[in-house]
Every structure is written in C-alpha cells, then in structure tokens.
Design a protein around this ligand. Structure first.
Ligand code: NAD
Length: 487
C-alpha cells in the first residue's frame, strides 16, 4: 500500500531542500479538514536560489547544449518515470486536492502524455530560410527565452505543471515552478520524476510558497525572462503589472464562465450527460467548467428535469472512496461558493436542487446545484463560482443564445449541442471562446490548443501552437563576401 510522506521538500538546483527560514506549510485533506502533510515553505531567499540555479543551467547550456533529439529522449524518460510514480502521484493528489483517486491517477497519465507529446516535437521546431537575393543568406532560429517562471493553481496541479514544463524543456528553457500552497504534493513527485530521468541540475526547480510572498517574488525577479500563469484574473492582473516593469512575455491562462447551448434538435441525453460531467467533475473546480447552460425554450423543462435527476443521483464523499462529487479545496472556497448561491436566490433565481453546503460531515462539501430562473445579468450568471453550480437559462432564437453566451467578461470555452452541422459551424464561428466543443464537453486533448479570449487570458497551451509561446524568433541576416568596390 502506497503511503504518503509526512514532510516534503522543495527541489532547487538538483537538490531537495528545506525553506531558507526553516518554515513549513501544513497541507490539509479537504475531505476531512485534517492535516495531511507538511511542505517546506519557500520565501524570497528560496525564490532567488531557484532562479539563480535555473539561470546557471541556462547559461551553461544544461538543456540548450543537448541536441534536440537528446532533449526529446530526456523527456520520454521523464514520462516513463511519471508512469512509475503514478500510484503515488494519484494518491497524493487525491488526498491534498480532494479529487477522485481514479481521476488523480488519470492526471498522472495526462502529465506523462505532455512529455511524450512535446518530447516528440522537441526535434521538429524548425526555423525558416528567407530569400534575400544574391549575396545574402537569411534564416530564423526559434530561440528559448531563458528562465521561465511558472505559477500553478491547485485544481489540476500535476497536469497543469506538466503542460507548461514540457513545452519549456522541449524548447530549452530552464524552469522555476511555484506550486500551489493548497495542493503541492503531486508536483514534488513530478520533480522526482525529472530527477530520476536525469534532468540537468537547475533545469527544473520546484518551490512551494504562498502567492503573496514566494509567488510575487518569483514573477518580479530580475532574472526571470518569461512567465506562465494559470490561475485567477485578479492574480493574473498583478503578475502582468510585475511583468510590465521588465517587459517580459507572459502566457495567461485565467478563469471562465463557459456556456453550453442546447438547440431543440440536440440529443438531449448526450447534452445532459455531457453537461453533468462538465459542471460536477472535480466539484466544478475547473476553469473550463460548463457553468452556464442555455436551453431552447421548447426543451428547457425536460433538460432541467433530467439534470436535476442526475444531480440527485450523485454520491457525495471523499475522492479516495471514488464518490461522484468530491469536496471543494478549502473552507474559504466552500464559503465563497455557498455565498454565491445565497446571492443567486436573493436575486430571484430558483435552486432546482442544491444551493447549500453539505452539513453533518467533516470536509468542504457543496451540494450539486442547479439554478433556473436565472437572468443573464445576475452575478451567478456572470462571475466564475468555481464550484458545482450550474445556471440554466432559456432562449428562443440562436442569435439570442450566442449573445447570452458571449455576454460575460470571460471567453475560455463554449459548447454546442445539435445534430445540425451547419448550425454547429454557424455557432462556433460566433462564439467568443478559445475552444468550442460540439456535442461533448471537454472534447479534445493534449493535441488541441487551449486558452482564453477576453479576461480568460491569452496565449495557447496544448497542441503544437503552445511551443510558440516558449520561443522567440531570432533572425540571422548574412551578407556573403564583399561586394565589388568594398575593401
Ligand atoms: P489564484 O490566482 O489564487 O492562485 C494561482 C496561483 O497563483 C497559486 O499558486 C498562488 O499561490 C499564486 N499566487 C497568488 N497570488 C500571487 C501573486 N500576487 N503573485 C504570484 N503568484 C501568486 O488561483 P487559484 O484559486 O489557485 O485557482 C483558481 C483559478 O485558476 C480560477 O480562476 C480558474 O479558472 C483558474 N484556472 C485556469 C486554468 C486555465 O488553464 N485557464 C486552469 C486552472 C485554473
């Protein structure tokens, strides 16, 4: 039986280290609200050490000195080591994040997949030759930035860390990951997989600390060249301000308030099943959650009835017992989600099911919640709740559905349910979102570009496009020989 360590260290310059101040962060199990483990707390001094190690690795060619095919081989070894650690990764993430054990194991597989996918591309990122005419040779090089700082949220820690780390390593950047203080353990195991695979010292550094000190110090560090941030809009804005001081590029993967549209010809079973997965998986704590559903008035009541029946059927309990609906990450997150629901009722929405926290048990469990009678301008229809809360709204005309779907500050993903391919295309063209799902929420994978529009951020992760965020084009323009008349 796999057991978790009681104390976890940071990984800096190829070594496992305590925090410079010797302090620790206690990690809680959200299903029980009891302490689970401790992790070394990184503070400003630790950030500096990690960035220095990453810089040294970059300057001494730790990764860039490897032939691209050898970097690819290194990444395949990381993937294999993640698979070896998959049981432990699954348990760690099930217990510190709260999600289902099978989902957490699946996340380990997804993390490994990022390394095989981008490992396969490490030797295929090519420059161009640009014709300038006789006497000149001109070409481009996709050059790494240097030190990439990657700040990761708590909802899918290892998958999101692997998503950015794999691209950075494939392109020769050194990395400092700031893991989420609420659920950092699986990322320690990702660092262990990198160590076992033989990554050069300093190529991958993982530090866990609070956002307000370690996170802020990392993104403001003078030796960081590139930032990847996945998290909330508010934190993204503060990171962008820090990046603006030094004019460094950022990838911003922020929040969402994504809408599915159910047209009257849709396969309603498919739409209902897909929406339930989209909003209740990981207790709704997914940036691309299906948090709004716009349903044609002719099928509205049928869809609501079926969704409510599904919600009532969900088992609620710890992820380690494979329940359908697992806890929220923390007590403040539960307070926040419940407060949104109470505000929704106050504004006139009707909780067709749920709307309150689960009482009488430890842990941070929220009832699966479906609101009807929601107006598009209500707070619950506009703001990201990040819990198992769905707002259902009726519409009459496709153009009206598109207008409601596009009517928030966010634009991460959207969904369409219809048998009519022309209507699906028409809708996909008009929906303002980085990705549009047709007839299956979360369709796509590591191969498909993902990212936001509007306040959901910019830059793309996943797919081949993502690699372009990790390199900058250098042009080399060469004059051959000397022209007649020149010395
Ligand atoms: P958050 O912004 O509070 O924290 C994210 C990370 O930023 C954490 O590691 C935190 O320690 C760090 N941080 C906090 N303040 C910081 C600062 N001032 N400087 C630097 N780092 C700082 O977000 P969260 O609550 O952990 O995650 C939930 C949010 O993440 C939701 O809005 C969700 O939609 C979003 N998210 C987006 C994606 C995506 O790919 N678009 C994926 C997952 C989550």
């Amino acid at each position: 039986m796999t057991e978790l360590k009681a104390y976890w260290r940071n990984f800096v310059g190829g070594k496992w280290v305590d925090g410079a101040q010797g302090r620790r962060i206690t990690i809680e199990n959200p299903a029980t609200a009891e302490p689970l483990a401790e992790i070394a707390r990184a503070e400003v001094e630790d950030v500096d050490r990690a960035v220095t190690a990453a810089r040294r690795c970059f300057e001494t060619g730790g990764l860039t000195g490897l032939r691209p095919a050898d970097r690819a081989a290194l990444m395949f070894r990381i993937a294999a080591e993640i698979e070896v650690l998959a049981e432990e990764i699954g348990l760690a993430e099930c217990l510190d994040n709260g999600k289902r054990l099978s989902d957490a194991r699946g996340e380990a597989t997804a993390a490994a997949r990022y390394f095989t996918y981008y490992g396969g591309l490490a030797d295929k990122l090519e420059g161009r030759s640009i014709p300038l005419g006789a006497g000149y040779v001109d070409y481009t090089i996709p050059a790494p930035f240097g030190v990439s700082a990657q700040v990761v949220p708590w909802n899918f820690p290892i998958a999101l860390a692997a998503r950015s780390l794999s691209c950075a390593l494939a392109t020769g950047n050194s990395v400092v990951i700031k893991s989420p203080e609420l659920s950092p353990l699986s990322i320690c195991l990702l660092a262990q997989a990198c160590e076992r695979a033989g990554v050069p010292d300093g190529a991958v550094n993982v530090i866990c600390g609070y956002g307000s000190d370690a996170g802020a110090a990392l993104v403001a560090h003078g030796d960081v060249d590139h930032i990847v941030f996945t998290g909330s809009v508010k934190t993204g804005q503060s990171i962008l301000r820090a990046a603006a001081e030094r004019i460094i590029p950022c990838v911003m993967e922020l929040g969402g308030k994504s809408a599915g549209i159910v047209y009257p010809d849709a396969d309603l079973d498919q739409a209902v099943a897909s929406t339930a997965i989209g909003i209740f998986s990981n207790a709704g704590q997914i940036c691309s959650a299906a948090s709004r559903l716009l349903v044609h008035r002719s099928v509205h009541d049928t869809v609501v009835d079926r969704l409510v029946a599904r919600a009532k059927d969900l088992s609620i309990g710890p992820g380690i017992e494979e329940h359908d609906l697992t806890p929220l990450i923390s007590a403040p997150q539960l307070d926040r989600v419940e407060a949104y629901c109470l505000a929704g009722v106050q504004a006139g929405a009707v909780a067709a099911t749920g709307g309150r926290r689960v009482t009488g048990r430890p842990g941070h469990f929220m009832q699966p919640t479906i609101f009807t009678g929601v107006a598009p301008d209500m707070t619950i229809a506009r703001e990201e709740i990040f819990g198992p809360v769905l707002s259902v709204m009726p519409f009459d005309e496709p153009a009206e559905a598109i207008a409601i779907a596009n009517g928030t500050d966010y634009g991460l993903v959207a969904g369409v349910y219809t048998q009519d391919l022309a209507l699906a295309h028409w809708s996909a063209e008009r929906l303002v979102a980085g990705q549009v799902f047709v007839n299956e929420w979360f369709a796509g994978g590591v191969e498909t570009p993902f990212g936001g529009t509007k306040r959901s951020g910019y830059g793309r992760e996943k797919g081949q496009e993502a690699l372009l965020n990790y390199v900058q084009t250098k042009n080399v323009a060469i004059r051959l020989g000397s022209s007649p008349g020149c010395a």
